[in-house]
Design a protein around this ligand. Structure first.
Ligand SMILES: Cc1cc2nc3c(=O)[nH]c(=O)nc-3n(C[C@H](O)[C@H](O)[C@H](O)COP(=O)(O)OP(=O)(O)OC[C@H]3O[C@@H](n4cnc5c(N)ncnc54)[C@H](O)[C@@H]3O)c2cc1C
Length: 578
């Protein structure tokens, strides 16, 4: 691809965007001007990408699209004012949480700031939980490198941190016989990347493995090194182990800006006061370019790519063992195309799709999205029906125009490391990204102070086992020791009061319904909380000391109950109405 400013300008002109100006800034290219549509904004970004620059800072204004502000916690206090840390991590997705845990191996003071009221509320809790084997990522990219390494680290991470992990493998179904020519190419690619076990299956072998697979398949490429996890559980597990080893996690805490002394961050301005940190790690997902901008280092742009997924009833889990997708040879796309993915909890996930959207926190779903998923994915398994859908959700991928991760110390700010642009397969890559970012962080800290291993580091997360994972004898024992394990609150998922209490008393205390759901699955079943919500509300209120009417579903302001049907208004309601 031709490189340099002239090449960028020519590419913009070719795309019908001659009005867009391009200029160099440090080692990146900056785009300015006006575009008629969001699609043009995106086209311009890609036209300028990978033309010899480190990144594209796309500052184009698109008609009718207002610059977007992120959701910020409403709380304002000074509780953190003046506090000092060795490392401050901005962002409590899987990247930030895994980095915190890797850093906890060292005897240093670590803070993780997350603007939402819980971890994994953005991409890390809104994906389809696949641990990709790494065959699909372009060799030579950071995506590929970290995907391959991350995949191989997952088994030990799951063992130490106690999250569920399974390796069902992925079947890429072939829609025609001639697509078998893909196989030798895949074998070469797998050998180059060290992906083990791929094999070609005939139509009959596919049916033997997956009797319900579509009749329109002509065999498949099997990739057994593809796994599944519940991504929010992975994130919480990493963060809890970090906390058990001395790290601090601050929820409802947003980084709003930096205090700079030339090329050094000397303060992090938050909604809870200004804190100091020797080193800052930018793991802010879709907002990572804004956070880089706080330090005057916005050499890249995050453009949001939304994906919608549907969750199918647990009954469907028995009808499919492997991940099923259809080969899309010849279709140019930045996304892998989605699949029917079994979950570690027995459901099937359908999707995602991929849509360029202007809003970074656009988690809306539409009938069109669902129609698309039904058409593309449902036919892959003959037993599935649209009535199996129990709910849907959307996540937003934090993509750069270079379509690669940015994992490196800032070249201009002496105490900033970027872990940005972590789109798919960022979940798969997280364990490996964390190892490298922690190494970079320790190397940077060592320039200022001695850094010793944490003598008390314990890689094993101490957590209560889920009852559903225990044998009947083990359950009986647990109930005899603590009768609240015998009181089932969520009937769909068979979650007991004791497990909900355990989640609320975990090393990372939470106080909302959704946070309980992420940790225990209470409310994740077929009825989606219709039956258990009142009971869970009462348990959360009892454990956290909140009035039951004040307990929120998610962020502040999402109370489930308005007021008692009889009696005076609760205090929070009076205040909110005054
Ligand atoms: C639809 C979809 C499907 C996907 N499927 C897969 C898959 O199957 N396998 C896979 O490997 N990957 C998948 N991915 C990609 C994966 O989800 C992401 O790569 C990964 O979750 C990124 O994690 P992160 O921690 O970098 O970002 P995030 O999870 O987005 O976390 C960033 C965090 O930073 C916080 N934050 C932002 N700004 C601030 C601030 N100023 N102050 C404090 N906090 C801040 C945010 O609230 C957020 O919690 C998928 C993604 C999507 C959207």
């Amino acid at each position: 691809m031709a490189s340099g400013l002239l090449a960028v300008r020519l590419a913009l002109k070719k795309a019908g965007l001659a009005q867009i100006d391009a200029h160099e800034w440090r080692q990146s290219v900056v785009l300015t001007g006006k575009a008629g549509t969001w699609a043009q904004y995106i086209t311009a970004g890609y036209a300028a990408a990978n033309r010899g620059y480190k990144g594209v800072a796309n500052n184009i204004e698109a008609d009718g699209i207002e610059p977007e502000e992120s959701f910020l916690p409403p709380n304002r206090d000074t509780d953190l004012e003046g506090q000092s840390f060795d490392v401050a991590i901005i962002g409590g997705g899987v990247t930030g949480a895994a980095v915190a845990r890797e850093l906890a191996r060292w005897d240093i003071k670590i803070a993780l700031f997350e603007k939402e009221e819980d971890l994994a509320k953005q991409a890390s809790g809104r994906n389809n939980g696949m641990i990709h084997c790494g065959l699909a990522t372009r060799a030579g990219t950071k995506k590929s490198l970290y995907n391959l390494r991350g995949n191989k680290l997952y088994s030990s991470a799951a063992g130490e941190l106690g999250f569920k992990l399974a390796w069902p493998g992925q079947l890429v179904l072939l829609p025609s016989d001639w697509q078998r020519i893909l196989y030798p190419v895949a074998v070469l690619e797998a050998a180059r990347k060290g992906v083990e076990g791929i094999r070609l299956l005939s139509r009959r072998q596919v049916f033997k493995l997956e009797p319900n697979a579509t009749g329109s398949q002509h065999g498949a490429i099997m990739m057994p090194a593809t796994g599944i996890v519940a991504p929010y559980q992975v994130t919480v597990a990493y963060a809890e182990n970090a906390v058990q080893n001395g790290a601090s996690v601050f929820l409802n805490t947003a980084a709003l800006g930096f205090v700079m002394d030339r090329a050094k961050i000397t303060g992090i301005i938050t909604n809870r006061g200004t804190v100091r940190a020797r080193l800052v790690i930018n793991a802010a997902g879709v907002w990572a370019d804004k956070v880089a901008g706080y330090a005057g280092d916005r050499f890249f742009t995050i453009h949001p790519r939304k994906g919608v997924m549907a969750i199918l009833d647990k009954r469907t889990g028995a009808h499919q063992k492997s991940i099923l997708s259809m080969s899309r040879l010849g279709i140019r796309s930045h996304s892998k195309g989605g699949s029917l993915t079994p979950t570690v909890d027995g459901n099937i996930l359908m999707g995602p799709n991929a849509l360029e959207v202007p809003c970074r926190e656009d988690f809306a779903t539409s009938p069109d999205d669902i129609d698309f998923l039904l058409q593309r994915h449902l036919p892959l398994n003959n037993t599935l029906r649209s009535s199996h859908i129990i709910t849907y959700y959307a996540g937003v991928r934090p993509c750069t125009f270079e379509e690669d991760f940015i994992i490196e110390p800032s070249q201009y700010v002496t105490n900033l490391i970027h872990a940005a642009g972590i789109q798919s397969p960022g979940l798969s890559a997280a364990p490996a990204i964390a190892v490298d970012v922690a190494e970079m962080a320790v190397a940077t800290l060592k320039r200022e102070k001695e850094v010793r291993p944490n003598p008390n580091f314990d890689p094993i997360r101490r957590s209560q086992p889920l009852l559903s994972e225990l044998s009947l004898e083990e359950r009986a024992k647990a109930i005899a020791a603590n009768p609240s394990y015998g009181r089932i609150v969520c009937r769909c998922e068979a979650i007991s009061e004791g497990e909900i209490v355990d989640a609320l008393r975990s090393p990372l205390p939470v106080d909302t319904l959704d946070a309980v759901k992420r940790r225990t699955r209470a409310g994740m079943g077929r009825c989606q909380g219709s039956f258990c919500t009142p009971a869970v509300l009462a348990i959360v209120a009892g454990e956290t000391g909140q009035d039951i009417t004040a307990v929120c579903k998610k962020e502040a302001g999402s109370q489930m109950l308005l007021s008692p049907t009889k009696g005076p208004l609760p205090e929070w309601r009076k205040n909110s109405e005054s």
